[in-house]
Unconditional design. Sequence first.
Length: 161
Amino acid sequence: MTIYRLSSILLIFTVVGCGGPNSPSGSNDQRAFITADSWHSPSPDRIDFVPLGKDRFAPVIDTLQQESQAALSDTAVKQISADEAARLVGRPMPTGPVYVLLRGVVLFEGTGGFSIRVNGSAVDVHYGCLGRQPAPMTRKALVAALPSVPDKVFVSCSMAE
């Protein structure tokens, strides 16, 4: 009778899954984040982007993040002047022709950095970092000098060990 019960329990775990790391039930969650922020909107894989030079964008300084994030509450991108761009990042930006405030999300700030890629009127803002466990997403506004104001902004983040 004991062997019958043990066999039944093993069969149930095999069919249903027990949530282990290699569980067929799909519970092996490999996300880099605990919960997704509403600013998180990854790009489709089918778009080929060209990297924007690192000197052409910068995060908004910490003391102006709240103001900048409020300006992006209803839109993923906002055109700004060259003077406003310099004020927000604390230094002059390279020549435009267009300066924009963009949405971004970060995981572990001390172990990563942003990249911005462009494809026509689409922009991909990505934050990559190092880490070993999922982290909460945090919003971060950036300023970029772009060829034109984008129609579509994709925002994503990732983590590597």
